[in-house]
Design a binder for this molecule. Structure first.
Ligand code: C5P
Length: 211
């Protein structure tokens, strides 16, 4: 039998943080700047929730269906139906199911393996999905600013940010936490470019070659 050829690990930049903290805008702009792939892991959890609500599937089957359907492409916007109020209201509960997390974490790792570099945003990317990456960021913002940002998003349904954060932070399996080695950025008073600039500066300090 041939020896398996070892593949170099992808460069992963993990962007975690609470709901509507500006992670998506920052992660998308950062991926473009670095020439990396962009993966919105929240879209995958939202898709699983859609399969529970719309398809009547149990959580495990919904996660399998979402993993199968997930096709992240650089810069692509998730389907607007994933941001409806009913998805916002149920996504944290679906995401708390350990089997859902195990399946979707595997899917996220497999997606990253197909890319030389990836910016991945979510809640547990630095703490659980890619704990070995040295490039971890936690993007925060005040509740007031986050509510304003969510309110300004076209097509976004009502969203109880505090309730989602509470459930996401207190679940047993891979809760939203600040990874010990994450660089925390409060984006309340910063523009997207400002946050991206701070992230790039930090990446360079850590030795990542940014062209
Ligand atoms: O990022 P976004 O707010 O769209 O994520 C929606 C929900 O998906 C979160 O509130 C959380 O319950 C779940 N999620 C998660 N782990 C991730 C990404 C999202 O549990 N890595």
């Amino acid at each position: 039998m041939e020896n398996p050829v070892s593949q170099p690990a992808p460069v992963v930049v993990a962007i975690d943080g609470p709901a509507a903290s500006g992670k998506s805008s920052v992660a998308r702009a950062l991926a473009r700047r670095l020439g990396y792939g962009y993966v919105n892991s929240g879209a995958l959890y939202r898709s699983a929730t859609w399969f529970v609500l719309e398809g009547g599937l149990d959580a495990r089957a919904a996660a399998l269906a979402a993993a199968h359907a997930f096709q992240p492409t650089a810069g692509a916007e998730p389907d607007p139906s994933l941001f409806e109020a009913r998805i916002n209201a149920h996504v944290s509960a679906v995401s708390s199911v350990p089997e859902v997390r195990a399946l979707l974490t595997d899917r996220l790792r497999a997606v990253a393996d197909t890319l030389p570099g990836v910016v991945m945003e979510g809640r547990d990317i630095g703490s659980a999905v890619f704990p070995q990456t040295p490039y971890k960021f936690y993007i925060d913002a005040s509740l007031e600013v986050r509510a304003q940002r969510r309110g300004g998003q076209t097509g976004a349904g009502s969203d109880d940010l505090q309730a989602r954060d509470r459930t996401d932070s207190t679940r047993r399996t891979s809760p939203l936490i600040i990874a010990e080695d994450a660089h925390v950025i409060d984006s309340s008073r910063l523009t997207i470019d400002g946050v991206v600039g701070e992230v790039i500066g930090r990446l360079k300090l850590k030795g990542l070659v940014v062209e």
